[in-house]
Design a protein around this ligand. Sequence first.
Ligand SMILES: CC(C)(COP(=O)(O)OP(=O)(O)OC[C@H]1O[C@@H](n2cnc3c(N)ncnc32)[C@H](O)[C@@H]1OP(=O)(O)O)[C@@H](O)C(=O)NCCC(=O)NCCS
Length: 150
Amino acid sequence: MHVSVSPVPASATFALRHRVLRPHQRVEDMGLPGDDDPSTVYLATLAVDGSVTGCLRLQRVPCPWRPVAADAWQLRAMAVDASRRGHGLGAALVAGAVDQVARAGGGLLWCKARLAARAFYERAGFTAVTELWEEPHIGLHVGMLREVPA
Ligand SMILES: CC(C)(COP(=O)(O)OP(=O)(O)OC[C@H]1O[C@@H](n2cnc3c(N)ncnc32)[C@H](O)[C@@H]1OP(=O)(O)O)[C@@H](O)C(=O)NCCC(=O)NCCS
């Protein structure tokens, strides 16, 4: 099934990200440092009524585990609504991010993956490269990355 992925304003993703990723915070606190950076893009999958069913954020940021990599992009704020999982939305969003990095000349795509999502990222070509660590209120994470050719 083809899943369409579109760029959206950061604020369009706040409700989904609050529900899925950060219910311990307020919905109005979903903005992130760098949201106004020209390299930052939010990609989303949309329901027929236009509501956001899945999202991720892509920003050009050096990789903490490969600091010399010239063109590094961080993938974060990855979320799919619980009622829509298992239908390829997450994979389509990551493919959209990979495509975006490729069109920008390629480079390193990295993320701080929740442990529960590690296998999902592995399916998308990422490799775990760090020890596990605990993020307060959220849980165990692992650093993951993949190369994206131009
Ligand atoms: C992780 C998440 C984004 C996956 O979204 P999704 O739309 O269900 O993923 P897809 O349907 O596109 O799955 C793509 C592939 O990954 C696999 N997969 C998805 N979630 C998985 C998981 N938690 N563990 C193992 N495999 C998983 C699917 O089986 C599928 O495999 P296939 O290619 O063999 O068919 C979604 O479960 C989610 O929002 N989870 C809660 C928030 C979260 O953890 N976000 C990541 C923060 S780092």
